[in-house]
Design a protein around this ligand. Structure first.
Ligand code: NAP
Length: 311
C-alpha cells in the first residue's frame, strides 16, 4: 500500500509517483504517437495505483484529455484518480496565444470538463501567465469555480516567482508546477523557500529531463521531437550532461535499480517536492517508474547526488 501525499493544503492525496500524459494523444509534441498505446499506458497507471495524472488542453491539443476520459470511464475509478489539467492557451489562425482573463478561464474549464467527461476537475492549473491579467484576479475566478464545485484545487505553472506571489495574495494557490530536474535546479532558490513557507506543493515537470536522466541515451542519440529544442539536448552541453548522468549509474547498480529510479527517488527527498509526474510513452515505462517507490536513498547518497549536479 502506497503512502499517499497531500497536495499542499488541498483535499487531494496522491501517489507520489504520478503520470505525465503529454505523450498520450500529444500529437503536436511527438510525431507518430499511437493513441491505443497512450490509452493503454493510462490504463496501466490506473490499474497499478498511480492515481495522479497530469494533462493539459494543449496536449494534442485536446486529445490527451479526451483519451484519458475514455480510459477513466471504462475503469469505473473516477473517484480514485486525481486529474490535473491546464488551460490558458488558445490557438488562433494557427498562432498560440495565452489568456488568463476570468471569462476565458471560466469558459475553458467548461470545455475541459466536457472533454474529460467529468463533473469536476481535481486540480486546475493556469498553464502559462499572460501579460495583462492581474494574477490575483485570475486566481479569484478559479476560487469561484472551486466554490461552485467545478474544480477541487488551484494550480499555476510557468509563473515567475513574482507572479506566483501575486497569484497567491489571498492564499488560494495549492500547487505550483515548474521545470525542475537535476540538470535544471534554479527552482531550489527561486520557488522552494516560498512554496514551503506557504504550504504549496511543487510538482516538477521534465523530471527526467525528457528521458536524458534515465541514462539510456548516448552521444549517438538523435531526436526529432520537442527535444530538438530543449536546452539539455543542445550540442554544447549534451555530452557533458550524459557524463553527469553516468555518475549515478554506480549508485543504481549497487541497489540493482535503474538510473531513473535513483533520480526520481532523489526528488522525493527534497522537502519542497510533493510528487513527480514522469512522462511515459508506453506501459512498460509506467510500471518501471513505479518501482521508484521501493528505492531507499541514504543521506550520504542524497548528498553525493546533490554535489554531482551542483555545477
Ligand atoms: P520527462 O518526464 O522528463 O521525460 C519523460 C520521457 O522520458 C518519456 O516520454 C520517455 O521518453 C522517457 N522515459 C520515461 N520513463 C522512462 C523509463 N522508465 N525508462 C526509460 N525512459 C523513460 O518529460 P515530460 O514527459 O515532458 O514531462 C513530464 C510531464 O510534465 C509531462 O508529461 C507533462 O504532463 C508535464 N509537463 C508540463 C509542462 C508545463 O508547462 N507545465 C511542460 C512540460 C511537461 P522516450 O521513451 O521517448 O525516451
Amino acid at each position: 500500500m502506497v503512502n499517499k501525499v497531500q497536495l499542499g493544503k488541498s483535499e487531494l492525496f496522491v501517489n507520489p509517483i504520478g503520470l505525465g500524459a503529454n505523450a498520450v494523444g500529444g500529437h503536436n509534441l511527438y510525431p507518430n504517437l499511437d493513441e491505443e498505446v497512450g490509452k493503454d499506458l493510462v490504463r496501466t497507471a490506473i490499474e497499478n495505483g498511480m492515481n495522479f495524472i497530469d494533462t493539459a488542453f494543449s496536449y494534442g491539443p485536446e486529445r490527451s484529455e479526451e483519451l484519458i476520459a475514455e480510459v477513466l470511464k471504462e475503469s469505473g475509478k473516477r473517484n480514485e484518480v486525481i486529474i490535473g489539467t491546464k488551460i490558458a492557451q488558445k490557438f488562433m489562425d494557427g498562432k498560440k496565444m495565452i489568456d488568463n482573463s476570468p471569462a476565458f478561464l471560466r469558459n475553458e474549464v467548461e470545455k475541459s470538463l466536457k472533454r474529460l467527461q467529468t463533473e469536476y476537475i481535481d486540480l486546475l492549473y493556469i498553464h502559462y501567465p499572460d501579460e495583462t491579467t492581474p494574477k490575483d484576479e485570475a486566481i479569484g475566478a478559479l476560487k469561484q469555480l472551486k466554490d461552485a464545485g467545478k474544480i477541487r484545487a488551484i494550480g499555476v505553472s510557468n509563473f515567475s516567482p513574482e507572479q506566483l506571489k501575486e497569484a497567491n495574495k489571498d492564499g488560494y494557490v495549492d500547487v505550483v508546477q515548474g521545470e525542475y530536474n537535476l540538470l535544471s535546479r534554479s527552482a531550489e532558490s527561486s520557488y522552494f523557500p516560498y512554496t514551503i513557507e506557504n504550504n504549496i506543493a511543487f510538482i516538477p515537470y521534465f523530471p527526467l529531463a525528457s528521458g536524458l536522466l534515465t541514462g539510456k541515451y548516448t552521444t549517438e542519440s538523435t531526436f526529432n521531437d520537442l527535444r530538438k529544442g530543449l536546452p539539455y539536448f543542445q550540442e554544447q552541453v549534451f555530452s557533458k550532461n550524459l557524463e553527469k548522468v553516468e555518475q549515478i549509474r554506480n549508485i543504481a547498480n549497487q541497489k540493482g535499480v535503474d538510473v531513473a529510479h535513483i533520480v526520481l527517488a532523489w526528488y522525493l527527498k527534497q522537502e519542497a517536492v510533493t510528487a513527480v509526474i514522469p512522462g511515459a510513452k508506453n506501459s512498460e515505462q509506467v510500471l518501471n517508474n513505479l518501482k521508484t517507490l521501493d528505492v531507499q536513498l541514504t543521506n550520504d547518497e542524497i548528498l553525493v547526488i546533490d554535489e554531482l549536479f551542483r555545477a
